[in-house]
Write a protein that binds this ligand. Sequence first.
Ligand code: SF4
Length: 80
Amino acid sequence: MSGCGSGRNFGPRMKMDASLHLEKKPSWIKVRLPNNPVFWDTKSMIKDLNLVTVCEEAQCPNRWECWGQGTATFMIAGEK
Ligand code: SF4
């Protein structure tokens, strides 16, 4: 028997090089937590209205930007 869960080990074991994680990352790679009140207003409105959003369902990476401008895409028919 083969495949996932069979207990067999496929491929070489990978070892992490800890020194790679100690190097300073470039500034452009850092994501700042949202400090925009419009984002939080949009988020609470979506929650209060019990909306199902495409933004959340798709885990869209643009949420910080769109919600921060008061924009979201929701499904008219809800979850189904
Ligand atoms: S409105 Fe913005 S966050 Fe929502 S799905 Fe569209 S691009 Fe993504």
